[in-house]
Design a protein around this ligand. Structure first.
Ligand SMILES: Nc1ncnc2c1ncn2[C@@H]1O[C@H](COP(=O)(O)OP(=O)(O)O)[C@@H](O)[C@H]1O
Ligand SMILES: [Mg+2]
Length: 363
């Protein structure tokens, strides 16, 4: 669990969504440097309004994990996180009993019982055995904790926590099954526990649950998916990607932004590249250009930056044969990219206008 900052005020994103203040929520997210896609943000708001869990799938590096992180940061919410991996156990994520402490408890009570009149011992021990299943011996996993915190948040009139179920395609069938009840009813039933269950049934007060999937390891089960509102994180448009690059690298010059995005756009267009560079890579490349104050590339420097977005030997070979093409693309006018930059940067606009003048209006 990552607790919220007690020194900052909290915002309830569900309250914003249900009171028509979605724009405010969007701005809060952007304030963290995360720029959500308009469509997926709309889906997220639907999930908030309906109290349903939100499932996002998409390629690696498309911003799935970063979304709930940005949400927790923007609204100052406590965040519970389950990271998918093979062999994850129910008791790790829902609850477990602290067996050692329970044993100590029983041992202590047995020794107390020995000092009591024989007639009182059975009743005393019976009570001690029942109390073995009290809250103090319950260890909550991240999912249990999130639902429990949400129930407490209602009492303290504070916003619910965020629960991130990350890379759920690695959970496997038994973990998915164990999540069906909390995701649907908001409750986790605990056999023998004195209160019987933890959680909160009211949808408007439940944790804000965001499930991600890379669609790689296992296919998610129908019942698990059906408990969610679904969105796909597609590759952003070039304009959106520029917005993100600028949000993540606020010090980047127009030349550096243009260089990074033209380069990656050209790489993505090369036939035979299997693993396309994602937003993660373009942010890193732009970051490297800012750090190294790079505003143009040649054969050597381009090859040096390959390591940021070329992830296999074959891809490196393929791209090494395309150096001239890639360099030409980074220097060429791109209608979408250069118009976007020119709209924000008068110097950039005049640079391309000047060039247009030299080429008789042809860019
Ligand atoms: N829309 C976005 N706005 C800002 N940063 C983004 C966006 N999408 C992705 N990123 C950044 O790209 C990187 C990869 O995102 P991440 O959420 O880890 O990808 P995923 O979980 O989909 O594999 C992170 O550094 C993240 O902050
Ligand atoms: Mg991720």
């Amino acid at each position: 669990m990552i607790p919220h900052d007690p020194n900052r005020s909290q915002v309830d994103p569900r309250h914003l969504a249900t009171t028509g203040r979605e724009r405010e929520l969007y701005e809060l997210l952007c304030g963290t440097g995360y720029v959500p896609g308009k469509e997926v943000f709309g889906d997220f708001c639907e999930s908030l309004k309906s109290g349903r869990v939100w499932l996002i799938s998409g390629t690696r590096g498309s911003g799935k994990t970063a979304f709930p992180e940005a949400l927790a940061q923007a609204c100052n919410l406590t965040m519970c996180v389950v990271s998918g991996r093979d062999g994850l156990k129910q008791e790790e994520i829902l609850y477990d009993w602290d067996r050692e402490e329970q044993e100590v408890w029983m041992r202590e009570n047995l020794s107390v019982a020995k000092g009591l009149p024989v007639s009182e011992q059975p009743e005393f021990l019976e009570k001690a055995r029942r109390m073995k299943w009290q809250r103090q011996f319950l260890i909550l996993g991240e999912v249990g904790l999130a639902y429990d915190l949400a129930a407490k948040a209602v009492k303290s009139k504070t916003p619910p926590p965020v629960l991130l179920l990350d890379e759920s395609d690695k959970f496997g069938a038994s973990i998915e099954d164990s999540l069906l009840m909390p995701l649907e009813r908001g409750l986790i039933y605990i056999p023998r526990y004195e209160a019987g269950r933890i959680g909160i049934t009211e949808r408007e007060s439940r944790p804000i649950v965001i499930t991600t999937s890379n669609d790689l390891r296992h296919k998610l089960s129908g019942p698990f998916i059906s408990r969610h509102i679904y969105s796909r994180f597609a590759n952003p448009t070039l304009e959106k990607e520029l917005e993100i690059l600028l949000a993540r690298n606020p010090d980047a010059s127009s030349a550096q932004l243009a260089l990074a995005i033209k380069l990656l756009d050209a790489v993505r267009g090369i036939a035979g590249m299997e693993d396309h560079p994602s937003i993660r890579e373009s942010i890193d490349v732009a970051g490297a250009f800012v750090r190294d104050a790079v505003e143009s590339l040649d054969d050597d420097s381009l090859t040096r930056y390959f390591c940021y977005f070329v992830k296999t030997g074959e891809a490196r070979e393929l791209l090494s044969l395309q150096l001239d093409y890639l360099l030409a693309m980074t220097n060429a006018f791109h209608p979408v990219i250069d118009t976007w930059l020119a709209d924000r940067d008068a110097l950039w606009a005049s640079r391309w206008l000047r060039l247009a003048g030299q080429t008789g209006g042809r860019w």
